[in-house]
Design a protein around this ligand. Structure first.
Ligand code: SF4
Length: 80
């Protein structure tokens, strides 16, 4: 994982990482919910809510890459 990938949060998932949404950056496009339908649901305004549990890593990586606002990213779990 490169330093740039780590900083941008687009690095592939590793053990101890989890998806997070930067709610300030998120513009509610809903692409993440379409890709991760079992993990992300949209609220009444179209903004994502992440459900507990580990998403499919390949689909999650795709959602992170395709998020147009770069609001969906990987973060190290605080409880790991
Ligand atoms: S794809 Fe990105 S901008 Fe769109 S709802 Fe998901 S996190 Fe927000």
């Amino acid at each position: 994982m490169s330093l740039l990938q780590r900083i941008l949060g687009v690095a592939p998932p590793s053990a101890g990482s989890t998806l997070v949404v930067d709610r300030t950056a998120c513009t509610g496009h809903g692409i993440c919910a379409r890709i991760l339908s079992g993990t992300v649901v949209l609220d009444d305004w179209g903004y994502p809510i992440l459900r507990a549990g580990d998403p499919d890593p390949a689909l999650a990586a795709r959602a992170v890459t395709l998020c147009p606002a770069a609001a969906l990213r990987w973060s190290e779990r605080r409880d790991a």
